[in-house]
Design a protein around this ligand. Structure first.
Ligand code: AMP
Length: 172
């Protein structure tokens, strides 16, 4: 995990002043490290009967797709508004200023399916709690866990996700 941690680059003041952006592109560009990351998640979920891995746009897709393939599970995509072509369910959530919305196809999860939710970074927890709400409200599936590559502990996003099992590979 230390090796993975070292491959994450801090970019200060991106996308706005005061934010230190955790840039995962150096990790992705190293084949061994990208495989280690996906394999660490595969090893955790291999026996857990995951039916679908749900990735959150956009960087969640990078890990959700590799993991779904490694687990032999399906891949579900949770996207920004107006990107999905078929009928959707949507969930709006608040940001520091204003709101944001995420969407999912209405046939994305079947009753009884075990769903693993993936995003790259757990920051304030707003996005992933909206994703969990979107899934719980509209489908009769079971959220097995929500998993992240990186958790920013000081933002206490975990507190927003009470009642949901959470797993993060790396903590800052
Ligand atoms: P959250 O505040 O947990 O809703 O985070 C929203 C999204 O923004 C997550 O999906 C992350 O991909 C991204 N994000 C938030 N903060 C950072 C950060 N410091 N570095 C990189 N990505 C971030």
């Amino acid at each position: 995990m230390e090796e993975l941690k070292k491959a994450i680059r801090d970019v200060p003041d991106f996308p706005k002043p005061g934010i230190v952006f955790k840039d995962i592109t150096p990790l992705l560009a190293d084949g061994k490290l990208y495989a280690k990351t996906v394999n660490a998640l595969r090893d955790r979920y291999i026996g857990k009967k995951i039916d679908v891995v749900a990735g959150i746009e956009a960087r969640g897709f990078i890990f959700a797709s590799g993991l779904a393939y490694a687990l032999g599970a399906g891949l579900v995509i949770i996207r920004k508004p107006r990107k999905l072509p078929y009928k959707t369910f949507s969930q709006t959530y608040s940001l520091e200023y204003g709101t944001d919305t995420i969407e999912i196809h209405q046939d994305a999860v079947k009753p009884g399916q075990n769903v693993l939710v993936i995003d790259d970074v757990l920051a304030t927890g707003g996005t992933v709690s909206a994703a969990a709400e979107l899934l719980k409200k509209n489908f009769r599936g079971n959220i097995v866990e929500v998993a992240f590559i990186i958790e920013l502990d000081f933002l206490k996003g975990r507190e927003k996700l009470q009642g949901l099992p959470i797993h993060s590979l790396i903590h800052f």
